[in-house]
Design a protein around this ligand. Structure first.
Ligand code: PMP
Ligand code: GLN
Length: 383
């Protein structure tokens, strides 16, 4: 045994639920609808573009905040998508949204600061807060409406509150927040003079002709928010770990101070390829593409004993299994892998203190063929 006196910064942290469930799915040869990644390839054009730039010698460090080509392409995309003008000093390309979120937290959270997270919360938020000496404070949402009661939310705020984190569209709930919700968040951020991370990685995955509202579009939020995005989610390239952050120049300056000493810069040929691909308006077809998959899954779920309300955004669908089993969700998720060979994510893992609810998360970023197979298996639960 090594004689080292050492205290873990994250003593409670285990392997992520996503890695765990994917490993179990592989072990049981189950259909993996757990971890959120597509089981299909990105557009071959995008792959060829990376090759093109690699062969053209674009293989060395990119500028710290990103290549001029990608920064420009993002500015043009935001102008086309939202009609907003973003300036170069508001942007930084990151190694995925997870890094952007961690960097934003590191840039502003000091020991003793409180950060409010909305549970169910994406798994990277709280460890990032704790590692930086902050104290995560959970505000828990409950089935069936999962509505935010802003008075109860405000009751958690005080002079120590430094940061609020919102994920919109919401993983795993599949909710898109309204202008009223975002305005309320902005009012509270102003009142308590705190900052916001608006995690918008699923901005293009919104259904039924809704429009996703960004924190960038809310006057009280736009200057006090770090807004994070992921090309992994947008272009079916989760393994490339490419994303970006937008913030007001003052916040972005602090963000870059951390970014330059943790990552410095991000994959050059991938940045150049994504820049060119963004110029092809490749993001415009995403809502229809994923809505077809959601609808296909819903056709099966409607015939199954699961109770469901169609997801409004993200590529996740929540299902209530209370008509099938009274087991807790972690046990039921295991049961489902063994009985019908379908892997899902138990929703309680996204909570500090999970309410009594029987919910699983299903990822529908899968080929139609796989969704048909999984759907048939879920219908078989009627027998
Ligand atoms: N936020 C949310 C809500 C997510 O679901 C994910 C998972 N992709 C991320 C952030 C991280 O994105 P990335 O893979 O680009 O790090
Ligand atoms: N964002 C993905 C999900 O929610 C997983 C990312 C990861 O495995 N870290 O399933």
């Amino acid at each position: 045994m090594l004689n080292i006196s050492f205290e873990s910064k994250l003593p409670q942290t285990e392997k992520s639920i996503f890695s765990k469930m994917s490993a179990i799915a592989n072990e049981y040869k189950a259909i993996n609808l757990s971890q959120g990644f597509p089981n299909f390839d990105p557009d071959f054009t995008l792959i060829e573009l990376v090759h093109k730039y690699m062969k053209a010698g674009k293989n060395q460090y990119a500028p710290m905040a990103g290549t001029p080509e990608l920064l420009q392409a993002i500015k043009l995309k935001i102008k086309a998508h939202r009609g907003l003008e973003i300036h170069e000093d508001q942007l930084c390309i990151t190694a995925g949204a997870t890094q952007a979120i961690y960097t934003a937290i590191s840039a502003v959270v000091k020991p003793g600061d409180e950060v409010i997270c909305i549970d169910p919360a994406y798994d990277s938020y709280k460890p990032a807060i704790i590692t930086n000496g902050g104290q995560p404070i959970s505000y828990g949402l409950e089935a069936p409406s999962f509505k935010i009661d802003w008075d109860k939310f405000e009751a958690l705020m005080n002079a120590k509150t430094k940061l609020l984190i919102l994920n919109n569209p919401h993983n795993p709930l599949g909710i898109c927040y309204s202008k009223e919700d975002l305005t309320r968040l902005g009012q509270l951020a102003e009142k308590y003079d705190c900052l916001v991370i608006s995690d918008e990685v699923y901005e293009h995955l919104v259904f039924d002709d809704q429009k996703h509202i960004s924190a960038l579009e809310i006057p009280s939020l736009k200057d006090r928010s770090f807004v994070t995005y992921s090309f992994g989610k947008t272009f079916h390239i989760t393994g490339w770990k490419m994303g970006y952050c937008i913030a007001s120049p003052l916040l972005m300056e602090e963000f870059k101070k951390i970014h330059q000493f943790t990552v410095f810069s991000v994959n050059t040929p991938a940045q150049l390829a994504i820049a060119e691909y963004l110029g092809m308006n490749s993001w415009k077809t995403l809502p229809a593409f994923f809505q077809q998959k959601r609808d296909l899954l819903m056709q099966y779920l409607d015939q199954s004993p699961f109770q469901v309300k169609a997801s409004a955004g993200t590529y996740f669908q929540l299902v209530d299994y209370s008509a099938i089993s009274q087991q807790v969700d972690t046990e039921f998720a295991m049961e489902l892998i063994k009985s019908i060979g379908v892997a899902t994510i138990p929703v309680s893992v996204f909570y500090d203190q999970a309410p009594k609810q029987q919910l699983l998360r299903i990822c529908f970023a899968k080929t139609d063929e796989l969704l048909h197979q999984a759907g048939e298996r879920m219908i078989s639960l009627n027998n």
